[in-house]
Design a protein around this ligand. Structure first.
Ligand SMILES: [Fe+2]
Length: 196
């Protein structure tokens, strides 16, 4: 069984060029390819697991990076697809954010601050289904800091490949601002509703 590369309907975006999206989608395709490759390699190495113990361990260790890289990008590109839309104030996601953070702006300020974390990684909004509670967090690389049994609702790619070509390294903050201008909140709300 293979992981399949998804297609996204990404419109012209504010600030983020078509060329950058095109290049970024190639990186996403690489994560899908490598998620499959790791699984194939494990089968291959298991033909002599004792002899290949070291290689098996190293390949297995990479899986979390490749798999989460694939899934993070699917949430990211999906949230930029079709057309930007506002978060409905009548919806449960908006109400949950206000309940937990006091206001939507307080949540947004925290999420944007997380996005400015130094280093490569992701600003994430998850739904912890056990507590039915939203959580903001930072994930290093693709996988370090992912929250167990929580569903990703919104993911903002803060690897430099996602913005440097258009914004230069110093334009990181503007990229974050533009991400929210481009964001299709309906998709984010869908993620939230599907996760419940
Ligand atoms: Fe990326």
């Amino acid at each position: 069984m293979k992981f399949e590369e998804k297609k996204f309907n990404i419109p012209k975006l504010k600030g983020i060029s078509e060329k950058n999206i095109e290049e970024h989608l190639k990186l996403y395709a690489g994560y899908v390819k490598h998620s499959n490759l790791v699984q194939d390699k494990i089968v291959e190495l298991m033909t002599d697991s004792e002899k290949n113990a070291y290689a098996l361990g190293e390949v297995q260790r990479r899986f979390g990076f490749e798999y989460n890289g694939m899934r993070n990008h699917e949430v990211y590109f999906e949230s930029l697809s079709v057309a930007p839309s506002e978060l409905s104030k009548e919806g449960e996601l908006y109400k949950s954010i206000v309940y937990l953070w006091g206001s939507f702006d307080a949540w947004l300020a925290q999420f944007k601050a997380i996005a400015m974390t130094r280093g490569i990684g992701w600003a994430m909004l998850y739904l912890d289904r056990k507590e039915h509670r939203l959580l903001n967090t930072w994930v290093d690389e693709q996988h370090l800091g992912q929250l167990q049994d929580c569903t990703l609702v919104l993911g903002l790619d803060m690897w430099e490949h996602s913005f440097v070509a258009d914004y230069q390294p110093s334009g990181k903050k503007q990229y974050v601002e533009d991400f929210f201008e481009n964001l299709n909140w309906q998709k984010v709300e869908e993620n939230f509703n599907n996760a419940k």
